[in-house]
Design a protein around this ligand. Structure first.
Ligand code: ZN
Length: 457
């Protein structure tokens, strides 16, 4: 039976059937935005675009892309006005917040009852891709902060949709009147006490939990899977996870790398290492790669800016929204698993990973990958600074801050310098620091691997 909002076995239907569904959904979503979205109704009227001009995802190309800058400047303008919508489509279920705004002020994402149901439905139906089971006991390792972050707040919705069990570590820091956060050691104890089968968090933090569990001799033998969201985990980082899981005597060593963002909702998952991230919700999200300058869509295989459009959302809605990541798309049937759900390239990177140092464009993503792989390196951070901070034209300093592990050899710093030289052709300084100076899991949501301290010029 064909339903009007999705298709049976959606991730394996023919590309033409999926495209038909997406075309129908996008025309409805655009019409809603034209009437109810302050941002997109103004944009469309300014551009002379009416809903009748966008009847398919291909027609979307006439709409100029929007970005984080537009959203952060006026988050309320991206929320559909509920007046005139059916009650459950407009009523709020919750509000979650994005991090990482330049002003430090989090931006709200409004989730209506309709959106909550869509989210629940998606995760209930797509677990053969994600890999959670109804028998799992999942530890939520996302930080508890002063305001609800997307990943922390949404984890329970997904676990509820699957029918599994969830526990919370409540690490992090909340600047509220009430002392509600627990320590890293307490997180390790929680996992052992409940015999958690799945750890779910930001890669850098999950790694720290395992390092601490090994130090504490904690019982992690029930653990079978690690899921990471929120920061890209390199193949080397995932191998590091598996090695630590083996060391802990874990039941299995599955590592699932999830790609997503608070703005999108939904998730993208690799069916196997390097397969590309399958869109888990192609009936709710349309992904495309666009040329940064022209806003035109790029063909499969070509690298550009990733943008997504909501297809069936009622709270905070985005169309052709650039998330700030570079990648490519592949719409062919996956040679690994046979799914037809579109794939985003596995080597997708944050645009912030490509940085000019001493006048040369350097891809620090590669360097991160190598440092992730280096044994006995507990934490690292790549810092770009000015030799003279007061001089905007000062020479750049290129510093690698490292925190050696307990069993590290004394030549670790030299090996880091050699690695940097091999990958970037540049000389770097090495600073040895305590691991909490780079990443304090109590006060920081995730490690900052790249810090650019230079004045903007
Ligand atoms: Zn696949």
């Amino acid at each position: 039976m064909i339903q009007n909002f999705t298709l049976p076995d959606l991730l394996r239907v023919s590309p033409a059937a999926l495209r038909n569904l997406q075309n129908r959904l996008i025309s409805q979503q655009v019409a809603l935005c034209y009437e109810h979205s302050p941002y997109y109704s103004a944009l469309m009227r300014r551009e002379g675009i009416e809903p009748r001009h966008i009847q398919s995802v291909d027609d979307l190309e006439i709409l100029p892309p929007s970005s984080k800058y537009d959203f952060l400047a006026d988050p309320e303008a991206f929320r559909l006005r509920p007046e005139g919508l059916p009650l459950h489509e407009g009523l709020l279920t919750k509000v979650i917040y994005t991090t990482g705004t330049t002003t430090g002020r989090p931006a709200p994402i409004y989730v209506t009852s309709h959106d909550q149901a869509a989210y629940t439905f998606g995760f209930q139906e797509r677990q053969d891709l994600i890999g959670l089971k109804s028998t799992d006991r999942v530890c939520n390792l996302f930080p508890l902060t002063s305001f609800p972050l997307g990943a922390y707040s949404r984890a329970v919705d997904e676990i509820a949709a699957v029918g599994a069990t969830i526990m919370y570590a409540h690490t992090g820091r909340s600047d509220v009147m009430f002392p509600i956060n627990r320590s890293l050691d307490s997180a390790v104890e929680t996992i052992a006490r409940h015999r958690a089968t799945v750890l779910w968090g930001v890669a850098g933090f999950v790694r720290r939990v395992m390092i601490r569990a090994i130090e504490m001799g904690a019982d992690f033998t029930a653990l079978r899977m690690i899921m990471t969201t929120g920061e890209a985990s390199s193949p080397a980082m995932r191998e590091d996870f598996r090695q630590r899981m083996r060391q802990l005597g874990a039941a299995d060593t599955l590592v699932v790398n999830r790609y997503g963002s608070t703005e999108q909702g939904g998730t993208m998952i690799e069916c196997c290492e390097g397969s590309g991230f399958h869109s888990g919700f192609p009936d709710q999200l349309f992904h495309e790669i666009i040329n940064e300058d022209t806003g035109k869509r790029l063909p499969d295989g070509e690298q550009g800016m990733l943008a997504f459009s909501h297809l069936n959302r009622r709270g905070t809605v985005f169309l052709r929204y650039k998330v700030g990541d570079l990648g490519s798309m592949d719409h062919s049937v996956c040679p690994h698993c046979g799914r037809s759900a579109p794939r985003l390239s596995s080597n997708t990177m944050r645009t912030g990973d490509v940085i000019k140092i001493r006048g040369v464009l350097v891809n620090l993503g590669n360097l991160k990958g190598e440092l992730d792989k280096m044994p006995h390196l507990d934490e690292y951070q790549i810092v770009i600074a000015s030799e003279d901070p007061a001089d905007p034209f000062s020479m750049d300093r290129f510093i690698i801050r490292i925190a050696p592990g307990q069993a590290a050899h004394h030549d670790l710093a030299e090996r880091v310098v050699a690695e940097v030289r091999a990958l970037t052709n540049m000389r770097a300084e090495v600073e040895i620091v305590d691991r909490s100076e780079i990443y304090d899991p109590i006060t920081m949501a995730k490690p900052r691997r790249i810090v650019d301290q230079r004045q903007t010029r």
